[in-house]
Design a protein around this ligand. Structure first.
Ligand code: SF4
Length: 380
């Protein structure tokens, strides 16, 4: 298939791996003293394990798996609120499929559905809008979840609902943004991060400018990358070249898809419908200032938190992670998934204990599915 096969070419991959190895040797990177490169996006984590890049690459390059899987960073308190919304008799709760099995304190959405809650999987918020049109006597709630990649479609559906005057459609907004948690990780003195592979899909929307602080404030290179194996290998090579040259810049390996300034239509829709929350809780990272979005007052009629009295306006919840769960440490790259005592025993894709085992973009699920990596020791 054109535009796919050429990015999976084995000979080209081998040539890139050889160039990475030569460069790693040139800068003195070894298994004992590796270069730590964080792939921010869960899609990249999945691709690294799917294609075995962690095993093929020079041992002086260590991948650190970042917090870029929206299902994985969703705190349990928000899952609990989803379940509470879904169990209301008047509600049809709509969600993408990957959120169905995320464990809450009491149950997951799929368990709530098995017990009778009206929960429906959809492929787009527009599907939820159509349900609202067809069921005027019910309240249709869409579970808005994800980074800047999915935020525009939710914003556009809210604008469409407003145009149509729908009164039974709301969004439970859990949209989050990529740059704030990266700043938190860079400010953490315990983290060792030498460079970043930047998220391709998010960058289609926001462009490359929002990452400039990584290079300018922290002196770290970042290369926005595509999702095929050659994309990732070329991006790692570009990061290593910056390190060798003593440069710290924002580079765009995925220029065939990512425009420098993003998608202005999507950016405008986000700005029209959402504003930053003062803070938002991330699983494993805690509360992070201005890292989450909420629906602006002018669209308050479509905000499930306002309509049903849940969420941040309803006060804090003290929700504890399952005992021994190491999701937070994996999420911040402190340990590999295999370092969690539950990995593969109490926590599997069939019976996940933590969110990182639920989504295919979660580091634990990727390790489990593709046989783990070469190291189980702490990465930092
Ligand atoms: S194995 Fe399960 S409990 Fe342990 S870190 Fe991974 S998802 Fe969390």
């Amino acid at each position: 298939m054109r535009y796919v096969e050429e990015f999976r070419d084995p000979a080209a991959a081998r040539a890139l791996l050889d160039r990475i190895a030569a460069l790693a040797n040139e800068i003195g990177a070894t298994a004992a003293a590796p270069v730590h490169i964080m792939e921010i996006c869960g899609g990249h984590t999945h691709a690294i394990f799917r294609y075995g890049l962690d095993k093929l690459i020079h041992p002086g390059v260590e991948f650190i798996h970042g917090p870029g899987c929206p299902v994985c960073v969703l705190p349990m308190s928000r899952v609990d609120e989803c379940v509470e919304l879904a169990e209301r008799p008047e509600v049809i709760f709509t969600t993408f499929g990957d959120a169905m099995r995320v464990p809450g304190t009491r149950k997951s959405l799929i368990q709530a559905k098995a017990e009778g809650a009206d929960i429906r999987m959809v492929y787009s918020p527009l599907d939820a809008l159509e349900l609202a049109r067809r069921n005027p006597e019910r309240e249709v709630v869409f579970f808005g979840l994800g980074f800047e990649t999915t935020t525009p479609s939710t914003a556009l559906s809210i604008q469409q609902a407003a145009r149509e005057g729908l009164t039974n459609f709301t969004v439970f907004c859990n949209h989050i943004t990529v740059p704030p948690p990266i700043r938190v990780l860079l400010e953490d003195p315990h983290m060792i991060l030498d460079g970043f592979v930047g998220p391709g899909h998010v960058s289609m929307v926001i462009g490359t400018d929002p990452y400039r602080f990584i290079a300018e404030d922290f002196g770290k290179p970042i290369v926005v990358a595509g999702f095929e194996p050659l994309d990732l290998l070329q991006s790692v090579l570009m990061v290593l070249e910056q390190i060798r040259d003593g440069r710290a810049e924002v580079e765009n390996q995925y220029a065939r898809v990512v425009p420098e300034h993003g998608n202005p239509v999507s950016v405008a829709a986000i700005a029209e419908v959402y504003e930053p929350r003062p803070s938002f809780e991330w699983r494993g990272l805690g509360e992070i200032d201005e890292s989450g979005l909420r629906i602006r007052d002018r669209y308050r009629a479509f905000d499930a938190e306002a309509k049903f009295g849940i969420g941040y306006g309803a006060g804090p919840r003290d929700v504890r992670e399952p005992e021994g769960c190491a999701c937070g440490q994996v999420m911040t790259g402190r340990i590999k998934p295999t370092g969690c005592p539950h990995f593969g025993t109490g926590c599997t894709p069939e019976m996940p204990l933590g969110a990182l085992m639920v989504s295919s973009e979660g580091a634990c699920a990727a390790y489990y599915q593709y046989g783990g990596a070469r190291a189980a020791e702490p990465a930092a």
